[in-house]
Design a protein around this ligand. Structure first.
Ligand code: MCA
Ligand code: AMP
Length: 487
Protein backbone atom coordinates (compact mmCIF):
# COMPACT_ATOMS: atom_id res chain seq x y z
CA UNK A 1 0.00 0.00 0.00
CA UNK A 2 1.07 3.61 -0.24
CA UNK A 3 3.04 4.94 2.67
CA UNK A 4 1.12 5.84 5.80
CA UNK A 5 3.59 8.66 6.43
CA UNK A 6 4.72 10.35 3.22
CA UNK A 7 6.50 13.06 5.24
CA UNK A 8 8.98 10.47 6.51
CA UNK A 9 10.50 10.03 3.08
CA UNK A 10 11.85 13.57 2.90
CA UNK A 11 15.43 12.54 3.71
CA UNK A 12 17.98 14.15 6.01
CA UNK A 13 17.00 17.65 4.94
CA UNK A 14 13.60 17.23 6.56
CA UNK A 15 14.23 19.41 9.60
CA UNK A 16 10.62 20.23 10.36
CA UNK A 17 9.45 19.26 13.84
CA UNK A 18 7.44 16.05 14.07
CA UNK A 19 7.11 15.11 17.76
CA UNK A 20 7.67 16.90 21.03
CA UNK A 21 7.21 15.44 24.51
CA UNK A 22 8.27 17.99 27.14
CA UNK A 23 11.81 19.06 26.25
CA UNK A 24 12.49 16.05 24.00
CA UNK A 25 11.72 16.41 20.32
CA UNK A 26 12.36 14.81 16.94
CA UNK A 27 12.34 16.29 13.46
CA UNK A 28 10.98 14.27 10.56
CA UNK A 29 14.53 13.33 9.56
CA UNK A 30 15.30 12.15 13.09
CA UNK A 31 12.03 10.26 13.36
CA UNK A 32 12.65 8.61 9.99
CA UNK A 33 16.10 7.51 11.17
CA UNK A 34 15.01 6.23 14.60
CA UNK A 35 11.83 4.51 13.42
CA UNK A 36 13.52 3.18 10.27
CA UNK A 37 16.33 1.59 12.19
CA UNK A 38 13.94 0.04 14.72
CA UNK A 39 11.72 -1.16 11.85
CA UNK A 40 14.73 -2.98 10.39
CA UNK A 41 15.31 -4.60 13.79
CA UNK A 42 11.72 -5.81 14.31
CA UNK A 43 10.83 -6.59 10.73
CA UNK A 44 9.44 -10.10 10.43
CA UNK A 45 8.42 -10.30 14.11
CA UNK A 46 4.92 -11.51 14.80
CA UNK A 47 3.07 -8.93 16.83
CA UNK A 48 4.92 -6.42 18.97
CA UNK A 49 3.67 -5.09 22.28
CA UNK A 50 4.37 -1.43 22.99
CA UNK A 51 4.74 -0.23 26.59
CA UNK A 52 2.66 2.83 25.81
CA UNK A 53 3.90 5.50 28.19
CA UNK A 54 3.29 9.08 27.04
CA UNK A 55 6.79 9.40 25.61
CA UNK A 56 8.78 9.75 22.39
CA UNK A 57 9.68 6.07 22.70
CA UNK A 58 6.05 5.01 22.29
CA UNK A 59 5.59 7.20 19.22
CA UNK A 60 8.83 5.96 17.63
CA UNK A 61 8.01 2.34 18.50
CA UNK A 62 4.58 2.52 16.92
CA UNK A 63 5.82 4.25 13.77
CA UNK A 64 8.56 1.62 13.50
CA UNK A 65 6.01 -1.18 13.75
CA UNK A 66 3.93 0.43 11.00
CA UNK A 67 7.02 0.89 8.79
CA UNK A 68 7.91 -2.76 9.34
CA UNK A 69 4.37 -3.94 8.64
CA UNK A 70 4.23 -5.57 12.07
CA UNK A 71 1.01 -5.25 14.11
CA UNK A 72 1.40 -3.29 17.34
CA UNK A 73 -0.40 -3.97 20.61
CA UNK A 74 -0.32 -0.84 22.78
CA UNK A 75 -0.30 -1.67 26.50
CA UNK A 76 -1.52 0.62 29.25
CA UNK A 77 1.54 0.87 31.50
CA UNK A 78 -0.84 1.07 34.44
CA UNK A 79 -2.65 -2.14 33.59
CA UNK A 80 -2.88 -4.45 36.55
CA UNK A 81 -1.76 -8.07 36.58
CA UNK A 82 -5.06 -9.60 35.52
CA UNK A 83 -5.70 -7.18 32.63
CA UNK A 84 -2.12 -7.39 31.41
CA UNK A 85 -2.09 -11.17 31.70
CA UNK A 86 -5.22 -11.41 29.59
CA UNK A 87 -3.98 -9.05 26.87
CA UNK A 88 -0.62 -10.82 26.58
CA UNK A 89 -2.17 -14.27 26.47
CA UNK A 90 -4.73 -13.17 23.90
CA UNK A 91 -2.46 -11.18 21.57
CA UNK A 92 0.67 -13.33 21.99
CA UNK A 93 3.26 -10.70 21.04
CA UNK A 94 6.76 -11.89 20.18
CA UNK A 95 8.52 -8.96 21.81
CA UNK A 96 7.93 -5.77 23.73
CA UNK A 97 9.13 -2.28 22.85
CA UNK A 98 9.89 -0.04 25.83
CA UNK A 99 12.06 2.92 26.82
CA UNK A 100 15.46 2.04 28.21
CA UNK A 101 14.67 3.04 31.80
CA UNK A 102 11.22 1.48 32.01
CA UNK A 103 10.75 -1.11 34.69
CA UNK A 104 8.41 -3.75 33.33
CA UNK A 105 6.14 -5.89 35.53
CA UNK A 106 6.66 -9.60 35.86
CA UNK A 107 3.79 -10.38 33.47
CA UNK A 108 5.84 -9.09 30.51
CA UNK A 109 9.27 -10.21 31.65
CA UNK A 110 9.02 -13.42 29.69
CA UNK A 111 8.92 -11.44 26.45
CA UNK A 112 11.98 -10.44 24.51
CA UNK A 113 12.53 -6.76 25.27
CA UNK A 114 13.73 -4.25 22.69
CA UNK A 115 14.59 -0.79 23.98
CA UNK A 116 13.60 2.04 21.67
CA UNK A 117 16.50 4.34 20.81
CA UNK A 118 15.00 7.63 19.67
CA UNK A 119 18.43 8.87 18.58
CA UNK A 120 19.32 5.90 16.44
CA UNK A 121 21.05 6.78 13.16
CA UNK A 122 19.38 5.95 9.88
CA UNK A 123 19.42 2.35 8.68
CA UNK A 124 17.89 0.89 5.54
CA UNK A 125 14.15 0.60 6.19
CA UNK A 126 12.50 -2.67 5.20
CA UNK A 127 10.27 -2.32 2.19
CA UNK A 128 6.59 -2.59 3.10
CA UNK A 129 5.36 -2.47 -0.46
CA UNK A 130 4.02 -5.98 -0.05
CA UNK A 131 2.00 -5.21 3.09
CA UNK A 132 -1.63 -5.11 2.08
CA UNK A 133 -4.11 -2.43 3.08
CA UNK A 134 -6.05 -5.12 4.91
CA UNK A 135 -3.09 -6.18 7.02
CA UNK A 136 -3.49 -5.42 10.73
CA UNK A 137 -1.81 -2.27 11.99
CA UNK A 138 -2.94 -2.44 15.60
CA UNK A 139 -4.73 -4.57 18.13
CA UNK A 140 -6.40 -2.20 20.57
CA UNK A 141 -8.17 -3.60 23.62
CA UNK A 142 -11.62 -2.30 24.43
CA UNK A 143 -14.08 -3.22 27.18
CA UNK A 144 -17.37 -4.99 26.62
CA UNK A 145 -20.21 -5.30 29.09
CA UNK A 146 -18.96 -8.57 30.53
CA UNK A 147 -15.71 -10.48 30.61
CA UNK A 148 -12.22 -9.24 29.82
CA UNK A 149 -11.47 -6.62 27.13
CA UNK A 150 -11.53 -7.67 23.46
CA UNK A 151 -8.76 -6.90 20.99
CA UNK A 152 -10.06 -4.89 18.04
CA UNK A 153 -7.93 -5.65 14.97
CA UNK A 154 -7.46 -2.39 13.05
CA UNK A 155 -6.24 -2.69 9.46
CA UNK A 156 -3.83 -0.20 7.88
CA UNK A 157 -6.56 0.91 5.52
CA UNK A 158 -8.75 2.03 8.43
CA UNK A 159 -5.96 4.19 9.86
CA UNK A 160 -5.28 5.90 6.54
CA UNK A 161 -8.91 6.48 5.65
CA UNK A 162 -9.98 7.81 9.04
CA UNK A 163 -7.06 10.23 9.24
CA UNK A 164 -7.68 11.47 5.70
CA UNK A 165 -11.40 11.87 6.36
CA UNK A 166 -10.59 13.97 9.43
CA UNK A 167 -8.15 16.04 7.39
CA UNK A 168 -11.00 16.80 5.02
CA UNK A 169 -13.45 17.62 7.81
CA UNK A 170 -11.02 19.73 9.81
CA UNK A 171 -8.93 21.26 7.02
CA UNK A 172 -6.04 19.63 8.86
CA UNK A 173 -2.69 20.31 7.17
CA UNK A 174 1.08 20.17 7.62
CA UNK A 175 0.88 23.66 9.12
CA UNK A 176 -1.08 22.43 12.12
CA UNK A 177 0.54 21.92 15.49
CA UNK A 178 -1.52 19.74 17.80
CA UNK A 179 -1.35 19.84 21.59
CA UNK A 180 -2.76 17.06 23.74
CA UNK A 181 -2.26 15.00 26.88
CA UNK A 182 -4.19 11.86 26.04
CA UNK A 183 -2.97 8.38 26.91
CA UNK A 184 -1.22 6.55 24.05
CA UNK A 185 -2.82 3.11 24.41
CA UNK A 186 -6.16 4.07 22.86
CA UNK A 187 -7.36 5.27 19.48
CA UNK A 188 -7.93 8.87 20.53
CA UNK A 189 -4.46 9.68 21.86
CA UNK A 190 -2.38 7.35 19.69
CA UNK A 191 -4.04 7.10 16.29
CA UNK A 192 -5.66 10.52 16.08
CA UNK A 193 -3.26 12.37 18.36
CA UNK A 194 0.13 11.02 17.22
CA UNK A 195 -0.36 9.34 13.84
CA UNK A 196 -2.77 12.08 12.68
CA UNK A 197 -0.21 14.89 12.72
CA UNK A 198 2.49 12.59 11.29
CA UNK A 199 0.29 11.57 8.35
CA UNK A 200 -0.27 15.26 7.55
CA UNK A 201 3.41 16.17 7.93
CA UNK A 202 2.51 18.50 10.79
CA UNK A 203 3.57 18.21 14.40
CA UNK A 204 2.32 17.22 17.83
CA UNK A 205 3.34 18.37 21.28
CA UNK A 206 2.36 15.98 24.04
CA UNK A 207 2.07 17.38 27.55
CA UNK A 208 2.80 14.15 29.40
CA UNK A 209 -0.11 14.85 31.70
CA UNK A 210 -3.10 17.10 31.29
CA UNK A 211 -3.08 20.59 32.78
CA UNK A 212 -4.69 23.82 31.63
CA UNK A 213 -1.35 25.61 32.01
CA UNK A 214 0.35 23.30 29.50
CA UNK A 215 -2.46 23.74 26.99
CA UNK A 216 -2.25 27.54 27.33
CA UNK A 217 1.54 27.55 27.06
CA UNK A 218 1.54 25.57 23.81
CA UNK A 219 -1.27 27.60 22.25
CA UNK A 220 0.70 30.75 23.04
CA UNK A 221 3.68 29.16 21.36
CA UNK A 222 2.20 28.31 17.99
CA UNK A 223 -0.01 25.27 18.61
CA UNK A 224 -3.15 25.43 16.46
CA UNK A 225 -5.31 22.47 17.58
CA UNK A 226 -6.28 20.83 20.86
CA UNK A 227 -7.64 17.30 21.27
CA UNK A 228 -9.23 16.25 24.55
CA UNK A 229 -11.85 14.19 26.29
CA UNK A 230 -14.82 15.99 27.90
CA UNK A 231 -13.23 15.77 31.38
CA UNK A 232 -10.36 17.91 30.09
CA UNK A 233 -12.70 20.49 28.54
CA UNK A 234 -14.76 20.46 31.75
CA UNK A 235 -11.59 21.28 33.72
CA UNK A 236 -10.80 24.04 31.20
CA UNK A 237 -14.34 25.44 31.60
CA UNK A 238 -13.95 25.39 35.38
CA UNK A 239 -10.60 27.17 35.22
CA UNK A 240 -11.60 29.88 32.74
CA UNK A 241 -13.33 32.35 35.11
CA UNK A 242 -10.13 32.77 37.14
CA UNK A 243 -7.66 32.54 34.29
CA UNK A 244 -7.94 35.23 31.62
CA UNK A 245 -4.64 34.03 30.14
CA UNK A 246 -6.17 30.62 29.45
CA UNK A 247 -9.15 32.24 27.72
CA UNK A 248 -6.84 34.30 25.54
CA UNK A 249 -4.72 31.28 24.63
CA UNK A 250 -7.75 29.18 23.69
CA UNK A 251 -9.03 32.10 21.64
CA UNK A 252 -5.93 31.66 19.45
CA UNK A 253 -6.66 28.02 18.61
CA UNK A 254 -7.78 27.16 15.11
CA UNK A 255 -9.63 24.06 16.31
CA UNK A 256 -10.66 22.69 19.71
CA UNK A 257 -11.83 19.09 19.32
CA UNK A 258 -13.57 16.93 21.92
CA UNK A 259 -14.41 13.25 21.72
CA UNK A 260 -14.61 9.84 23.46
CA UNK A 261 -17.78 10.86 25.32
CA UNK A 262 -20.39 13.60 25.15
CA UNK A 263 -19.29 17.12 26.09
CA UNK A 264 -22.13 18.65 28.10
CA UNK A 265 -23.74 21.69 26.47
CA UNK A 266 -23.04 23.73 29.62
CA UNK A 267 -19.28 23.23 29.14
CA UNK A 268 -19.55 24.02 25.42
CA UNK A 269 -21.25 27.28 26.31
CA UNK A 270 -18.92 28.31 29.08
CA UNK A 271 -15.90 27.80 26.81
CA UNK A 272 -17.49 29.65 23.89
CA UNK A 273 -18.50 32.58 26.11
CA UNK A 274 -15.03 32.95 27.64
CA UNK A 275 -12.87 32.31 24.57
CA UNK A 276 -14.94 33.11 21.50
CA UNK A 277 -14.07 29.61 20.19
CA UNK A 278 -16.51 26.74 19.87
CA UNK A 279 -15.37 23.23 20.70
CA UNK A 280 -16.32 20.79 17.97
CA UNK A 281 -17.14 17.16 18.64
CA UNK A 282 -16.36 14.08 16.63
CA UNK A 283 -17.75 10.61 17.30
CA UNK A 284 -15.92 7.35 17.02
CA UNK A 285 -15.18 4.01 18.58
CA UNK A 286 -12.16 1.79 18.88
CA UNK A 287 -13.81 -0.60 16.40
CA UNK A 288 -14.82 2.02 13.85
CA UNK A 289 -12.26 4.78 14.29
CA UNK A 290 -14.02 8.03 13.41
CA UNK A 291 -17.58 8.10 12.08
CA UNK A 292 -18.83 11.66 12.27
CA UNK A 293 -17.62 15.13 13.02
CA UNK A 294 -18.68 18.71 13.07
CA UNK A 295 -16.73 20.13 10.14
CA UNK A 296 -14.36 23.08 10.41
CA UNK A 297 -16.31 24.71 7.57
CA UNK A 298 -19.67 23.66 9.03
CA UNK A 299 -21.92 25.17 11.64
CA UNK A 300 -20.74 24.26 15.13
CA UNK A 301 -23.68 22.94 17.10
CA UNK A 302 -23.26 22.05 20.77
CA UNK A 303 -24.68 18.67 21.71
CA UNK A 304 -24.16 17.14 18.27
CA UNK A 305 -21.34 15.09 16.81
CA UNK A 306 -21.79 16.51 13.32
CA UNK A 307 -22.21 14.67 10.06
CA UNK A 308 -20.83 11.39 8.69
CA UNK A 309 -17.22 11.65 7.54
CA UNK A 310 -16.37 11.07 3.88
CA UNK A 311 -16.59 7.35 3.09
CA UNK A 312 -18.63 6.48 6.20
CA UNK A 313 -22.14 5.14 5.73
CA UNK A 314 -24.31 5.75 8.79
CA UNK A 315 -27.87 4.70 9.51
CA UNK A 316 -30.20 4.57 12.51
CA UNK A 317 -32.18 1.40 13.11
CA UNK A 318 -35.11 0.36 15.26
CA UNK A 319 -34.96 -2.46 17.77
CA UNK A 320 -36.20 -4.88 15.05
CA UNK A 321 -33.42 -3.83 12.67
CA UNK A 322 -35.54 -1.71 10.34
CA UNK A 323 -33.94 1.61 9.34
CA UNK A 324 -35.24 4.87 10.82
CA UNK A 325 -35.66 7.06 7.76
CA UNK A 326 -36.46 10.29 9.62
CA UNK A 327 -34.27 13.36 9.92
CA UNK A 328 -36.58 15.00 12.43
CA UNK A 329 -34.42 15.50 15.50
CA UNK A 330 -36.55 13.12 17.53
CA UNK A 331 -36.79 9.61 16.07
CA UNK A 332 -34.29 7.55 18.03
CA UNK A 333 -32.42 4.57 16.60
CA UNK A 334 -29.18 2.67 17.13
CA UNK A 335 -26.28 4.00 15.07
CA UNK A 336 -24.94 1.44 12.61
CA UNK A 337 -21.96 2.17 10.38
CA UNK A 338 -20.23 0.68 7.37
CA UNK A 339 -17.09 1.77 5.56
CA UNK A 340 -13.33 1.45 5.12
CA UNK A 341 -12.77 2.88 8.62
CA UNK A 342 -13.93 -0.29 10.38
CA UNK A 343 -11.94 -2.91 12.26
CA UNK A 344 -11.76 -6.39 10.78
CA UNK A 345 -12.48 -8.55 13.82
CA UNK A 346 -12.09 -9.07 17.54
CA UNK A 347 -8.95 -11.15 17.93
CA UNK A 348 -9.72 -14.79 18.78
CA UNK A 349 -13.41 -13.93 19.21
CA UNK A 350 -15.37 -15.01 16.11
CA UNK A 351 -18.52 -15.15 18.26
CA UNK A 352 -18.19 -11.53 19.36
CA UNK A 353 -17.22 -10.43 15.84
CA UNK A 354 -20.28 -12.10 14.33
CA UNK A 355 -22.56 -10.59 16.96
CA UNK A 356 -21.19 -7.10 16.29
CA UNK A 357 -22.26 -7.03 12.63
CA UNK A 358 -25.61 -7.33 10.88
CA UNK A 359 -25.92 -9.88 8.10
CA UNK A 360 -25.30 -7.19 5.51
CA UNK A 361 -22.14 -5.91 7.13
CA UNK A 362 -23.26 -2.96 9.25
CA UNK A 363 -21.47 -2.59 12.58
CA UNK A 364 -23.78 -2.20 15.56
CA UNK A 365 -22.33 0.63 17.66
CA UNK A 366 -24.77 0.33 20.57
CA UNK A 367 -25.05 4.14 20.58
CA UNK A 368 -28.55 5.61 20.32
CA UNK A 369 -29.07 8.81 18.34
CA UNK A 370 -31.38 11.10 16.44
CA UNK A 371 -30.62 13.09 13.28
CA UNK A 372 -31.43 16.75 12.67
CA UNK A 373 -32.95 17.80 9.35
CA UNK A 374 -29.52 18.63 7.91
CA UNK A 375 -28.00 15.30 8.93
CA UNK A 376 -26.30 16.36 12.18
CA UNK A 377 -26.21 13.38 14.54
CA UNK A 378 -27.10 13.79 18.22
CA UNK A 379 -26.17 10.91 20.50
CA UNK A 380 -28.88 10.49 23.12
CA UNK A 381 -27.80 7.38 24.99
CA UNK A 382 -26.35 3.93 24.89
CA UNK A 383 -28.02 0.55 24.49
CA UNK A 384 -26.02 -1.29 27.12
CA UNK A 385 -26.47 -0.03 30.66
CA UNK A 386 -23.46 -2.09 31.65
CA UNK A 387 -21.00 0.10 29.76
CA UNK A 388 -19.66 3.06 31.69
CA UNK A 389 -17.80 6.02 30.15
CA UNK A 390 -15.64 7.60 32.82
CA UNK A 391 -13.08 10.25 31.92
CA UNK A 392 -13.53 9.15 28.30
CA UNK A 393 -12.55 5.55 29.08
CA UNK A 394 -15.02 2.80 28.20
CA UNK A 395 -15.34 0.42 31.14
CA UNK A 396 -17.47 -2.72 31.37
CA UNK A 397 -19.41 -3.19 34.60
CA UNK A 398 -18.85 -6.95 34.31
CA UNK A 399 -15.07 -6.83 34.41
CA UNK A 400 -15.15 -4.71 37.59
CA UNK A 401 -17.75 -7.00 39.19
CA UNK A 402 -15.58 -10.02 38.40
CA UNK A 403 -12.54 -8.34 39.96
CA UNK A 404 -14.46 -7.32 43.08
CA UNK A 405 -15.89 -10.81 43.53
CA UNK A 406 -12.32 -12.04 43.91
CA UNK A 407 -11.97 -9.91 47.05
CA UNK A 408 -12.63 -11.96 50.19
CA UNK A 409 -14.71 -9.20 51.78
CA UNK A 410 -17.22 -9.17 48.90
CA UNK A 411 -20.11 -11.63 48.75
CA UNK A 412 -22.12 -9.99 45.98
CA UNK A 413 -21.62 -6.91 43.87
CA UNK A 414 -23.24 -4.81 41.17
CA UNK A 415 -21.41 -2.01 39.36
CA UNK A 416 -23.15 0.98 37.81
CA UNK A 417 -22.28 4.38 36.39
CA UNK A 418 -23.62 7.56 37.96
CA UNK A 419 -23.51 11.06 36.51
CA UNK A 420 -20.38 12.97 37.50
CA UNK A 421 -19.63 16.59 36.57
CA UNK A 422 -15.94 15.92 36.05
CA UNK A 423 -15.77 12.35 34.71
CA UNK A 424 -19.11 12.23 32.89
CA UNK A 425 -19.88 9.06 34.78
CA UNK A 426 -18.25 7.68 37.91
CA UNK A 427 -18.02 4.02 38.77
CA UNK A 428 -20.16 2.98 41.73
CA UNK A 429 -19.84 -0.45 43.35
CA UNK A 430 -22.84 -1.78 45.28
CA UNK A 431 -21.41 -4.35 47.63
CA UNK A 432 -22.96 -7.00 49.84
CA UNK A 433 -20.15 -7.69 52.33
CA UNK A 434 -19.14 -11.25 53.12
CA UNK A 435 -19.41 -10.28 56.78
CA UNK A 436 -21.97 -7.52 57.33
CA UNK A 437 -20.35 -6.69 60.69
CA UNK A 438 -16.99 -5.82 59.11
CA UNK A 439 -17.48 -4.55 55.56
CA UNK A 440 -14.29 -4.13 53.53
CA UNK A 441 -12.64 -0.71 53.40
CA UNK A 442 -13.78 1.15 50.23
CA UNK A 443 -10.23 2.34 49.51
CA UNK A 444 -9.03 -1.24 49.71
CA UNK A 445 -11.66 -2.27 47.17
CA UNK A 446 -10.60 0.59 44.87
CA UNK A 447 -6.95 -0.46 45.21
CA UNK A 448 -7.88 -4.07 44.53
CA UNK A 449 -9.51 -3.12 41.20
CA UNK A 450 -6.70 -0.71 40.29
CA UNK A 451 -4.11 -3.41 40.95
CA UNK A 452 -5.88 -6.14 39.00
CA UNK A 453 -7.33 -4.09 36.12
CA UNK A 454 -6.26 -0.43 35.89
CA UNK A 455 -6.55 2.70 38.08
CA UNK A 456 -9.20 4.30 35.85
CA UNK A 457 -11.43 1.24 36.42
CA UNK A 458 -11.47 1.60 40.20
CA UNK A 459 -14.81 2.39 41.88
CA UNK A 460 -14.96 6.00 43.01
CA UNK A 461 -17.90 5.29 45.34
CA UNK A 462 -18.71 2.12 47.28
CA UNK A 463 -22.15 1.58 48.78
CA UNK A 464 -22.95 -1.32 51.09
CA UNK A 465 -26.25 -3.19 50.99
CA UNK A 466 -27.70 -6.17 52.82
CA UNK A 467 -28.74 -7.73 49.53
CA UNK A 468 -28.99 -6.83 45.86
CA UNK A 469 -32.42 -6.37 44.28
CA UNK A 470 -33.17 -9.41 42.12
CA UNK A 471 -36.06 -10.41 39.91
CA UNK A 472 -37.88 -13.74 40.08
CA UNK A 473 -35.21 -15.31 37.90
CA UNK A 474 -32.51 -14.24 40.35
CA UNK A 475 -31.08 -11.65 37.97
CA UNK A 476 -29.78 -8.47 39.58
CA UNK A 477 -32.03 -5.50 38.79
CA UNK A 478 -29.61 -2.60 38.62
CA UNK A 479 -32.38 -0.14 37.93
CA UNK A 480 -33.90 -0.98 41.31
CA UNK A 481 -30.79 0.04 43.25
CA UNK A 482 -31.66 2.73 45.80
CA UNK A 483 -30.13 5.76 44.02
CA UNK A 484 -28.73 6.23 40.56
CA UNK A 485 -28.57 3.20 38.34
CA UNK A 486 -26.94 2.03 35.20
CA UNK A 487 -29.03 4.73 33.43
C1 MCA B 1 -5.82 7.25 42.63
N1 MCA B 1 -4.85 6.84 41.82
C2 MCA B 1 -4.77 5.53 42.01
C3 MCA B 1 -5.72 5.15 42.98
N2 MCA B 1 -6.35 6.24 43.34
N3 MCA B 1 -3.97 4.62 41.48
C4 MCA B 1 -4.07 3.36 41.89
N4 MCA B 1 -4.95 2.94 42.80
C5 MCA B 1 -5.79 3.80 43.38
N5 MCA B 1 -6.64 3.34 44.28
C6 MCA B 1 -4.04 7.70 40.95
C7 MCA B 1 -4.01 7.43 39.49
O1 MCA B 1 -3.15 6.42 39.12
C8 MCA B 1 -3.50 8.78 38.98
O2 MCA B 1 -2.12 8.95 39.21
C9 MCA B 1 -4.26 9.72 39.82
O3 MCA B 1 -4.59 9.00 41.00
C10 MCA B 1 -5.52 10.20 39.17
O4 MCA B 1 -5.98 9.15 38.34
P1 MCA B 1 -7.37 9.13 37.75
O5 MCA B 1 -8.30 9.27 38.88
O6 MCA B 1 -7.54 8.02 36.82
O7 MCA B 1 -7.25 10.42 36.89
P2 MCA B 1 -8.32 11.43 36.59
O8 MCA B 1 -7.91 12.74 37.14
O9 MCA B 1 -9.63 10.94 36.93
O10 MCA B 1 -8.15 11.42 35.02
C11 MCA B 1 -8.86 12.22 34.19
C12 MCA B 1 -8.30 12.14 32.77
C13 MCA B 1 -8.25 10.68 32.37
C14 MCA B 1 -6.92 12.75 32.73
C15 MCA B 1 -9.23 12.93 31.89
O11 MCA B 1 -9.51 10.10 32.63
C16 MCA B 1 -7.85 10.47 30.93
O12 MCA B 1 -6.68 10.60 30.58
N6 MCA B 1 -8.79 10.12 30.07
C17 MCA B 1 -8.58 9.88 28.67
C18 MCA B 1 -9.31 8.66 28.22
C19 MCA B 1 -9.10 8.37 26.74
O13 MCA B 1 -8.10 8.73 26.15
N7 MCA B 1 -10.05 7.70 26.15
C20 MCA B 1 -9.96 7.32 24.77
C21 MCA B 1 -10.66 6.03 24.58
P3 MCA B 1 -1.28 10.17 38.63
O14 MCA B 1 -1.74 11.37 39.37
O15 MCA B 1 0.15 9.80 38.88
O16 MCA B 1 -1.62 10.26 37.18
S1 MCA B 1 -12.06 6.25 23.53
C22 MCA B 1 -11.49 6.19 21.99
O17 MCA B 1 -10.30 6.08 21.76
C23 MCA B 1 -12.55 6.41 20.95
C24 MCA B 1 -12.09 5.93 19.61
C25 MCA B 1 -12.88 7.89 20.84
O18 MCA B 1 -13.98 8.23 20.41
O19 MCA B 1 -12.01 8.69 21.19
P1 AMP C 1 -14.32 3.29 22.93
O1 AMP C 1 -14.90 1.97 22.79
O2 AMP C 1 -13.53 3.47 24.16
O3 AMP C 1 -13.59 3.54 21.72
O4 AMP C 1 -15.51 4.31 23.06
C1 AMP C 1 -16.43 4.50 22.03
C2 AMP C 1 -17.67 5.12 22.56
O5 AMP C 1 -17.42 6.44 23.03
C3 AMP C 1 -18.75 5.30 21.54
O6 AMP C 1 -19.47 4.11 21.30
C4 AMP C 1 -19.60 6.38 22.16
O7 AMP C 1 -20.47 5.83 23.12
C5 AMP C 1 -18.57 7.22 22.90
N1 AMP C 1 -18.23 8.47 22.20
C6 AMP C 1 -17.14 8.75 21.46
N2 AMP C 1 -17.19 10.03 21.03
C7 AMP C 1 -18.33 10.57 21.49
C8 AMP C 1 -18.95 11.86 21.40
N3 AMP C 1 -18.36 12.88 20.77
N4 AMP C 1 -20.14 12.03 22.00
C9 AMP C 1 -20.74 11.02 22.67
N5 AMP C 1 -20.19 9.80 22.81
C10 AMP C 1 -19.01 9.58 22.23
Amino acid sequence: MSSLFPALSGGAAERRPALRFGDRALTYAELAAAAGSLAARISGSGRVAVWATPTLETAVGVVAALLAGVPAVPLNPRSGESELGHILADSAPSLILAAAGDELPSAVRGLERVDVDVNAPAAPTPATGNVSDDAPAFIVYTSGTTGPPKGAVLPRRAIATTLDALADAWQWTADDVLVHALPLFHVHGLILGILGPLRRGGSVRHLGRFGTDGVARELNDGATMVFGVPTMYHRIAEALPDDPGLAKALGRARLLVSGSAALPVHDHERIAAATGRRVIERYGMTETLMNTSVRADGEPRAGTVGVPLPGVQLRLVEEDGSPVPSYDGESVGEIQVRGPNLFTEYLNRPDATAAAFTEDGWFRTGDMAVRDADGYVRIVGRKATDLIKSGGYKIGAGEIENALLEHPGVREVAVTGEPDDDLGERIVAWVVPADPGTPPDPDELADHVARRLAPHKRPRTVRFLDSLPRNDMGKIMKRALPQGSGH
